[in-house]
Design a protein around this ligand. Structure first.
Ligand code: NAD
Length: 502
């Protein structure tokens, strides 16, 4: 099978963006790092060279952190909350005005289909900025009735203020490059913090576009800084930096644990959005016409390179064959191709290395007792394409069922008339607890299962519901803290209590 390696030319605007000189953003200026090292970025659909970007390191992290610290105490701290709100809203407007450019950069960088990039940038980019623009004017403390030292009513006043936590180091992955940055930047700006961003080294362009737009709308110098570079150097320097107050990290559980050790240097605050291996549980009374597209998209969205992916499908015996056949039919019918092609439903994996890792799991699945229902092969020709792959009759002791694969591989497991505790116990047999869904018409079963599944988000009759107002984050080794919603603002704030004795 060939991925039909059509070459689709992006817009002139996108070509011009790629052709420009790429630099780091420090203190409102585009600058070169000290090192001559550069990273070449390739289109995962065609393997064509897109551009080379500079590699920053600890020296540039130092400069960016100093700029962020100065900005925190400077002009940014004096700007009213209404003005902060307006600036964030203007950034959303600019992103909307450049939606085609942002989409094409995201598609070329990451490989995702154009329709998905546009949707993700609108929902978790533009809308997200506007959602948090609203929060900037609604951050406030409390007044608390107290009687310290035996004081009587009317003799004291205690109030709290919410202050920006300070300089934020944001470290983001490659699987949804622009949303991953905005999920941190929007609450960071709303709270009045400043940021040094270290985006994933292989997907830098949409972050650079955001940097340019932030300058255009008048976000003061030093508030949003971007240091491109390797995780083990620039990322590590940022996580360990003694003048950084908080790290907001999204990435693998493995690197999340390293970040925690690095952050211990000054006990900076840390939020972690990590890996997942989320269950989708289908009861026999579910509306199978809805289950099939829901489970298929839930597993293969973003080529399965999605932390929320429903990669473990638990299906009741009575509907097992129907569901597996339906999901396999839909997955095999996906139009695979370059993300820029308008009809592409599934793009390539991000890199040759990622595809090799995923294929390693596929080989482990083939060597196990699981049934290969469909897929299991790479596509010939240019680009890091592979078939959507489904293994049936899996069990939770199999490597493919336990570990996060981060590719288009779905494991299906059958259950019988066991009690709900036993079914949920199977779903909880991983180190992760990020997302999940339950499909049934029985509201009692649905809510009992929601309570039994140990994940930060469990949906009923849909999978991976995302909205700026819905808190999202992981239990167990899927992370610390939440993004989205009011809860997503909290990690960017600290509380100061003040007591006045009259
Ligand atoms: P990764 O952990 O390899 O890298 C993430 C970021 O960390 C990159 O910017 C990288 O350069 C940096 N990094 C790597 N080593 C570092 C170090 N020693 N010190 C500091 N920074 C370092 O993850 P990835 O492969 O880019 O992304 C895939 C992972 O991200 C998957 O596990 C996926 O589940 C997870 N993810 C989670 C969420 C969520 O919201 N929970 C969202 C998207 C992706």
């Amino acid at each position: 099978m060939n991925a039909a390696a059509e070459i689709i030319t992006p817009s002139q605007e996108t070509q011009d963006f790629l052709a420009r000189k790429h630099q780091l953003l420090i203190n409102g200026e585009w600058v070169d790092p000290a090192s001559q090292e550069r990273t070449d970025i390739h289109d995962p659909a065609t393997e064509a060279f897109l551009a080379s970007v500079p590699v920053g390191g600890p020296e540039e992290v130092d400069r960016a952190v100093a700029a962020a610290r100065a900005a925190l105490k400077g002009e940014w701290s004096k700007i009213t909350t209404h003005e902060r709100s307006r600036l964030i809203w203007r950034l959303a407007d600019e992103l909307e005005a450049h939606l085609n450019l942002a989409t094409e950069l995201e598609v070329l960088d990451n490989g995702m289909p154009r329709s998905i990039a546009t949707y993700a940038i609108a929902a978790a980019g533009i809308n997200h900025l506007r959602y948090y623009a609203g929060w900037a004017t609604k951050i406030h403390g409390q007044t608390i009735p107290v009687s310290p030292g035996g004081a009587q009513n009317g003799e004291t006043l205690t109030y709290t203020q919410r202050e920006p936590i300070g300089v934020v180091g944001a470290i983001t992955p490659w699987n949804a490059p622009l949303p991953m940055v905005v999920l941190k930047l929007a609450p960071c700006l709303a709270a009045g913090c400043t940021m040094v961003l270290k985006p994933a080294e292989i997907t830098p362009f949409s972050a650079l576009l955001l940097g340019e737009l932030s300058r255009k709308v008048g976000i003061p110098p030093g508030v949003f800084n971007i240091v491109l570079g390797h995780g083990s150097e620039a990322g590590a320097a940022l996580a360990a930096h003694d003048d950084v107050d908080k790290i907001a990290f999204t990435g693998s559980t493995e690197v999340g644990k390293i970040i925690l050790k690095q952050a211990a240097s000054n006990l900076k605050k840390v939020t972690l959005e990590l890996g997942g291996k989320s269950p989708v549980v289908v009861f026999p009374d579910a509306d199978i016409e809805r289950v099939i597209p829901g489970a298929t998209r839930g597993a293969f969205f973003l080529q399965g390179q999605n932390c929320m992916a429903g990669t473990r499908l638990f299906v009741h015996d009575d509907v097992y064959d129907q569901v597996v056949e339906g999901v396999a039919a839909m997955a095999t019918a996906f139009k695979i191709g370059p993300g820029l092609a308008p009809d592409t439903e599934m793009g390539p994996l991000i890199s040759a290395a990622q595809r090799d890792t995923v294929m390693g799991y596929v080989e482990a699945g083939k060597a196990s007792e699981a049934d290969l229902v469909c897929g299991g092969e790479t596509l010939s020709g240019k680009g890091y394409f592979m078939q959507p792959t489904i293994f049936g009759q899996t069990t939770m002791d199999m490597k493919i069922a336990k570990e996060e694969i981060f590719g288009p591989v779905l494991c299906v497991q059958k259950f019988g008339d066991s009690d709900l505790e036993a079914i949920a116990a199977e779903t909880n047999k991983t180190i992760y607890g990020l997302s999940g869904s339950v499909w049934t018409r029985d509201i009692s079963v649905a809510h009992k299962m929601v309570n039994l599944i140990d994940s930060g988000q469990v949906a009923i009759n849909c999978h991976a519901a995302v909205d700026s107002a819905i808190p999202f984050g992981g239990n167990r080794q899927s992370g610390w803290g939440r993004e989205f919603g009011q809860e997503g603002l909290e990690p960017y704030l600290k509380t100061k209590s003040t007591t006045v004795m009259f």
